[in-house]
Design a protein around this ligand. Sequence first.
Ligand code: SAH
Ligand code: DHB
Ligand code: MG
Length: 232
Amino acid sequence: MADETLATLQQQAHTRQTIEQNITQLFAPEDEGLRHALTAAKAAGLPPIQISPIQGKLLQLLATLCNARKILEVGSLAGYSGIWLARALPASGRLLTLEIDAKHAEVVRNSFATAGVADRTEVRVGKALDLLPTLESEAPFDLVFIDADKPPYPQYLEWALRLTRPGSIIVADNTIRGNRLLDPAQVTDPIEKAIAQYNKNVAQNPRLQSLALAMDDDFTDGFTIAVVRHEE
Ligand code: SAH
Ligand code: DHB
Ligand code: MG
């Protein structure tokens, strides 16, 4: 590659990074509570795979937009995304977050308390596919955020559809993952296949209005956002 082209690409990457930093600083700054969640996660040896501040702010905006009173999260990690979501709730609102790992759940509960959202949050420990069928009496949820293990994403979508109402929003993380928007029939890797199937199911579901949005720092991953349509 010509040196000049390489320099231009590096400059563009640098510009994108600076834009992301500036948007974060202006629109999605982290407070003590969010920073504590990250520090606690690191101290406990959890992997740093939480959403970005901009994604957190987008979740918050979406929750506000659908007037969320009840939010369901699948995959809590250290509570970082949960804090962003819980802060969009009124005092009487509720975020229920599902987490398979009891150690993670312990970190989450501490992080929620430090961030001042313990009163409106609940962590349930277990395998999401075992817990989701127990939630029907607590439905409908106004927003569902899917961010746990990837192979069951299509099943998580089925549950999200059962547990929501017209006007609810269903968001999934990591649905682009370096262009995994392929035809699910063409791929065998279980993660690729599941993500491709998730996107296809969302895009083709007449009950949903949806968009995948590349929005991480190098535009290779992001959210698929879907709104449950009102009946005609
Ligand atoms: N939403 C978090 C990141 C979640 S990472 C944030 O952005 O802050 C994925 C989490 O899902 C991990 O904590 C992992 O332990 C959990 N997880 C993995 N498989 C799961 C399953 N089958 N059921 C519930 N949680 C699961
Ligand atoms: C992984 C999981 C995530 O939810 C994510 O946002 C990034 C990475 C992972 O399992 O590696
Ligand atoms: Mg994720």
